[in-house]
Design a protein around this ligand. Sequence first.
Ligand code: ATP
Ligand code: MG
Length: 271
Amino acid sequence: MSRESKIIGVISIKGGVGKTSVTANIGAALAREFGKNVVIVDANFSAPNLGLHFGLTQPTVTLHDVLSNKVDIGDAIHEYDKNLHIVPGSLLNDKVNPYNLREKVKKLKSYYDIILLDSSPNLNDELRAVMLAAEQLIVVTNPDFPTLSTTMHAVKVARQKRVPIMGIILNRVRNKSFELSVEEIEESCGVPVIGVLPENITMLESVAETTPATLYKPNTDVAIEFKKIAASLIDARYDDPRFSTKLKRMFSSDPKKEDVNRDMLRKGVMY
Ligand SMILES: Nc1ncnc2c1ncn2[C@@H]1O[C@H](COP(=O)(O)OP(=O)(O)OP(=O)(O)O)[C@@H](O)[C@H]1O
Ligand SMILES: [Mg+2]
């Protein structure tokens, strides 16, 4: 009865690195570009804001109601699109038992191809509950030393809990010489980088427009990278439609490191 579904947790133990943005955009790409049935769950219980990315300012039923056993998880699903659903959190910050998450989220497996869990940045019961509920993890990081040290820690905790890591997504890259490179991050963490997202004003603009950047401006660099990452999570192909990329490929034989890593991920290699 259960379809081939995946529960993917998106984590970091540093705030503001881009977990919610990454979760919203990968979910949107999987649904819109690849036709998957997707639900995104806001498991950042103490500071939920995923709903705002989709225009859900005052959701009536939330994950908090589900975790406190007031309603079934099906009643907390908000339909953003036919195949893109959201389970938002309560902005009122009601107290819940995060460890109910695993059992509640499991029920979604029969109905969705992909279940994405946005998480809290604090290494507390909230983040542990996501690690326990997820079958696989994506770690989001930024190209600076303070974030790297927390990313190494996140990888260590995930390994202790034996949750496979699909890869690292490197966000907010400005291509400055002082930034950490993909290789430095991979070497320090022992996990491949499966996506490199540029710093892009569209990401901020799209939040104001309550539409993920992948849908709001689908041809921007950042949106295209989200689609490439989404494709690799479901073993689908996505050809970069930009002329400049096609041109670069004609003159350079070196594929990008993240493209090579995405090919490995398609083969099911995890860390
Ligand atoms: N690639 C990007 N370019 C520009 N701005 C970005 C990018 N990614 C994220 N942002 C912005 O950075 C801010 C933090 O992003 P986001 O809320 O996704 O981080 P987070 O890791 O979920 O934070 P928290 O730990 O507080 O939940 C937001 O204002 C978001 O719009
Ligand atoms: Mg967040």
